[in-house]
Design a protein around this ligand. Structure first.
Ligand code: ADQ
Length: 492
């Protein structure tokens, strides 16, 4: 029953826990985590963002306005080897198919496991028998395995926000078997797209001889797990609504907006080069468009991030130097975050949103742009076919970011697109963004996790205890989860 379902306590776990004040400024997923937690009266566990050398730190429990967080600090060595090192210099590049940028340093993996053990040791005493645990992202692959070692038998789900690169890339990680073993300790692994599901199954087959069962589940090592596709959404209401607040600076100039963290996966040099070529090939557009690229810094102490920053500064400088005029600057390159309350207006006053990742788990900016548009005069979304969101947003102008000519032509098509075509495409896109919002994402994943958790109880407990455990898990939602059988993913 719905009421019982809502009583189940949910424990969300992610590397970083955002504080409540900041969460209202945060993106869709953080809001979805907060809303989901509020419905389930659970708590959010993770790193508090502080560095502290205390040997055995206390877990700090804070409740505020119905939300509870349980956090602990990391040491400087944890931050360096677990966060910057293994998570962001090994797993992030490899899962984005950038093996060339991976740094397999000795010591990273040991610290990565040690931090997961530390998380498990602090979390285990807070877990009650009825709790359901939902772990987020690549920093925490080993967490379920470490919790199981401490005797935690609760259902544990994992959701990966980033894409899963091809198996051949993942197999190059020296510890790939350990990672596969870690995954097999979860009851449900949620991914963003069917492509990711196919790649993960392929990886499990090659790494640990994982087998696809007739049930559609995966048997890996001694466990069985569900793998499904749950595309992350936004809350469209945050972006829809009142008409434009800030007018365009100049009605003569069409703004092309780019909003991305400064990351080598986002295809920013490719975008800048294509923009330069566009100005060269279509001189009639000079002085009539401007590319405003917001790219706030992230993970700056990782070498690859410093490199991309220098590359973008040089490319934007070269384009502005070559094509700029006294009264027209072709690229505004802003290396700072934009205040979230301004995002909607900037999206809405931009004629085009240019989203060009080389690989991206989902890409929320593409959805935020669609939700922000005036339906009677919408702008055009140009979207990389390698963003996870392209599998849903097929009516965007899809582009191959590696192909500079395709990028140039797409920009031309988008700038020339007539109003009726813009409206028609936008209607279809807006419906998808509405129908797959972040609330639906959280509900669908949670109900699939409850189902997967029930199967664990059936397998792992003697029959007499199953009935008792089932009573505790009776909170199962009646709604059918939309995790499609793996067989369908593999074929599809
Ligand atoms: P990210 O790589 O961080 O997330 P994305 O999905 O684009 O990428 O979300 C970024 C969020 O930050 C958006 O809400 C956006 O508005 C905001 N943002 C980005 N640049 C900004 C700027 N300059 N100023 C202000 N806000 C900015 C990971 C995966 C993605 C996946 C998400 C969610 O890498 O593929 O979509 O998780 O699952």
């Amino acid at each position: 029953m719905k009421g019982q379902f809502l009583l189940t306590r949910l424990v969300m776990i992610s590397n970083r826990v955002i504080d409540f004040g900041a969460a209202t400024q945060a993106g869709g997923v953080t809001v979805a985590i907060f809303d989901t937690l509020a419905r389930h009266k659970g708590f959010w566990f993770g790193w508090n963002g502080q560095i502290d050398e205390t040997e055995s730190p206390e877990t700090s429990l804070v409740s505020n306005d119905g939300h509870t967080t349980a956090t602990l600090p990391l040491t400087a060595a944890d931050y360096n080897d677990y966060y910057l090192g293994y998570s962001n210099s090994v797993l992030w590049p490899v899962f984005h198919n950038r093996l060339d940028l991976a740094q397999f340093e000795a010591g990273y993996y040991a610290r990565y496991v040690a931090v997961n053990q530390k998380f498990a040791a602090h979390l285990a005493p807070l877990i009650e028998p009825d709790d359901i645990l939902w772990v987020h992202d690549y920093h925490l692959f080993p967490l379920a395995l470490e919790l199981r070692k401490l005797g935690i038998q609760n259902p544990i789900g994992f959701f990966l926000h980033i894409p899963v690169g091809p198996a051949q890339a993942l197999l190059a990680i020296p510890e790939h078997r350990e990672l596969a073993r870690a995954l097999s300790a979860y009851d449900l692994v949620g991914l963003q797209t069917h492509r990711d599901v196919r790649n993960l199954i392929d990886f499990l087959q090659q790494s640990v001889f994982g087998r696809l069962l007739p049930s559609g589940r995966i048997r890996a090592l001694d466990s069985e797990l569900d793998v499904g596709c749950f595309p992350v959404g936004i809350n469209p209401a945050d972006f829809a609504g009142s008409p434009i607040v800030r007018e365009k600076e100049s009605p003569e100039i069409d703004r092309i907006i780019g909003i991305d963290r400064l990351d080598y996966t986002k295809g920013l040099p490719q975008k800048f080069r294509a923009y330069g070529k566009f100005l060269e090939d279509f001189p009639e557009h000079r002085r009539r468009i401007v590319l405003s690229q917001f790219a706030p810094p992230t993970r700056e102490s990782v070498e690859a991030y410093a490199d991309i920053r220098a590359e973008l500064e040089s490319l934007s400088g070269a384009i502005n130097g070559r094509y700029g005029e006294l009264d027209w600057v072709p690229i505004n390159y802003i290396h700072r975050p934009m205040p979230r309350q301004e995002l909607r207006d900037v999206y809405r006053s931009s004629r085009i949103c240019w989203v060009t990742p080389l690989m991206d788990g989902m890409n929320l900016v593409s959805k935020e742009y669609i939700a922000s548009q005036d339906p009677t005069d919408p702008g055009v979304l140009i979207l990389s076919k390698f963003a996870g969101s392209a599998s849903q947003l097929e009516n965007a102008v899809l582009v191959n970011p590696y192909d500079v000519n395709d990028m140039v032509q797409s920009l031309h098509i988008a700038l020339k697109m007539p109003l009726d075509e813009r409206i028609e495409r936008h209607e279809k896109l807006a419906r998808i963004v509405r129908e797959s919002d972040c609330g639906k994402w959280a509900k669908t994943y949670f109900s699939a996790l409850v189902k997967a958790g029930k199967r664990r109880l059936h397998r792992s407990q003697p029959p007499a205890r199953v009935a008792d455990a089932m009573r505790r898990l009776a909170a199962a939602p009646k709604k059918k989860a939309d995790t499609k059988p793996i067989v369908a993913h593999v074929g599809g």
